[in-house]
Every structure is written in structure tokens, then in C-alpha cells.
Design a protein around this ligand. Structure first.
Ligand SMILES: [Zn+2]
Ligand SMILES: [Zn+2]
Length: 121
């Protein structure tokens, strides 16, 4: 059983590593490119020249915010789509709720109407 725990990943997850933004592979610190897919892991800060892992949105040295890359745009659009879907779902839920309550109300009204009608006769 303990053998399965060993050798699952090349890097111990408790140790600092650099996560690849493309394939999520955890690389050993200071590896310039991803060991699995070969993508760049670092970007150089345009202000101070410090190289930062791509997963960071700010420079670790001077805290300059990096311009959003392709990844940022993509995740932003995804979030937008998700919130749109969420809103659409909520709207659909409200419509269903209104329809159901209308049907229930109509049923009740019909029952009351029927009750009074049968009493009047
Ligand atoms: Zn990778
Ligand atoms: Zn910097």
C-alpha cells in the first residue's frame, strides 16, 4: 500500500515547485521550461528584470502587475460565460417558479370557484 504513495510525482508537493500553466505539471524550482510539455515557466519582469513563475500575476520583487496573457483573457471569458449561464439558470428557475405558482393558484381558484358553484346550486 505504501508503495503507491511513492513515485507518483517527481516533485514532493510539500516542497516549493513551479506549476506549469499549460499542463499543471509541478516542476522543480528554477527549471526554465516544463519538464512534461516544454512550456515556459518563467517570465521576466519588465520593470526590475526579476524572473517570476508564470503562475504569478505580480512580480515577486517589485510587485508590478503583469499584463494579462492569453491565459488571463481565456479565464476571464470563461468566468463571464459561467456567470451568464448562472444568471440564465436563475432566470429560468424564477420563470419555472412563477409558472408553478400560477398553476397552483389557478388550481386553487378553480377549486374555490367550484366549491361556491356547487353550494349555490
Ligand atoms: Zn507543462
Ligand atoms: Zn519586478
Amino acid at each position: 500500500m505504501s508503495e503507491r504513495r511513492h513515485g507518483q510525482s517527481e516533485v514532493d508537493h510539500n516542497q516549493p515547485g513551479v506549476l506549469c500553466i499549460k499542463c499543471n505539471h509541478l516542476n522543480v524550482l528554477d527549471t526554465p521550461t516544463c519538464k512534461r510539455c516544454g512550456a515556459d515557466l518563467y517570465r521576466t519582469c519588465p520593470r526590475c528584470g526579476h524572473s517570476n513563475p508564470l503562475v504569478f500575476a505580480n512580480c515577486r520583487k517589485c510587485h508590478k502587475r503583469f499584463p494579462r496573457g492569453i491565459l488571463g483573457h481565456r479565464s476571464r471569458r470563461l468566468r463571464k460565460t459561467q456567470s451568464f449561464l448562472k444568471r440564465a439558470l436563475v432566470t429560468a428557475g424564477q420563470v419555472v417558479l412563477v409558472l408553478v405558482s400560477l398553476v397552483v393558484l389557478a388550481g386553487l381558484a378553480y377549486m374555490v370557484f367550484d366549491y361556491f358553484k356547487s353550494r349555490a346550486e
